[in-house]
Design a binder for this molecule. Structure first.
Ligand code: UDP
Length: 239
């Protein structure tokens, strides 16, 4: 759980959808705002690692439905996440935070390879570490990678920043205005009710290893800072 000053080390999952500001490509205004919020939490001493999605470029499942080979489509999806990482790195550095990008697919010219112990060392030095290229494996999601990285780098919590929804609801709030948001949830309910939080692989990894998840709205002003500070926003999945 969060201490009085919030968490010591967090894994923040940012959806690619947010990066695109609703479109394809990157929206600099959105990324600048994320970077500025990160600067405030890093200045307070919280260690922040980030997994970035890629849905603003390619989603493998969609491309494969449209006729592409699933493996190729998923690799395109993973490469898309790296573009988001580089954009986020740039804005973080403009906001005065040191960052390192580590990718699961090696590309030495643009990023370090994923080396967990090195990532933890960067975090201890106050650098934000941004993980790209997913797991480097087709058929996985960046949500699952976020759960895995959170476990491996020993983060206290997985903070899942969603694009426009405040937390986890009992029905889709965009089509069911009467839907109610859960404040607390257990992993098993997320799985059995197929609640739209993350894929089942990600949820079961967290359940098996007792990694708490906070689902919150990225688009509300200052919410990243709030979530990292341990404020009870959104939905907490922890039982
Ligand atoms: N992807 C993959 N393996 C991974 C992570 C991601 O194949 O370990 C691919 C997959 O095709 C996915 C795409 O990368 O659709 C973009 O990631 P995701 O959809 O998870 O991004 P988000 O929804 O968070 O924007």
């Amino acid at each position: 759980a969060a201490g009085a000053d919030g968490y010591d080390r967090v894994l923040l999952k940012l959806s690619g959808e947010a990066f695109g500001g609703g479109g394809v490509g990157v929206d600099p205004a959105v990324i600048r705002d994320i970077a500025e919020q990160l600067a405030t939490v890093v200045a307070r001493g919280t260690q922040v690692a980030i997994v970035v999605g890629g849905g603003n470029f390619f989603r493998g499942a969609e491309l494969s439905q449209a006729g592409m080979d699933r493996g190729h489509a998923d690799y395109m999806g993973m490469l898309g996440t790296v573009m988001n990482c580089l954009a986020l790195q740039d804005f973080c550095e403009k906001a005065g935070i040191e960052t390192r990008v580590q990718t699961a697919i090696t590309m030495g010219q643009v990023a370090e390879p994923y080396i967990p112990r090195k990532a933890m060392r960067h975090l201890e030095k106050g650098r934000v570490v941004i993980f790209g290229a997913g797991a480097g494996m087709p058929y996985f999601s960046t949500d699952t990678v976020a759960a895995q990285r959170a476990l491996e780098i020993e983060a206290q919590v997985l903070l899942m920043a969603k694009n426009g929804v405040d937390g986890v609801y009992d029905a889709d709030p965009r089509t069911h205005p009467e839907a109610t948001m859960y404040r607390d949830l257990d992993y098993a309910t997320v799985l059995t009710d197929e609640l739209a939080v993350a894929d089942a692989t990600a949820i079961s990894l967290c359940m098996d290893n007792r990694m708490p998840i906070v689902v919150f709205n990225l688009l509300r002003d200052g919410n990243i800072a709030r979530a990292v500070a341990g404020e009870r926003i959104g939905t907490l999945i922890s039982r």
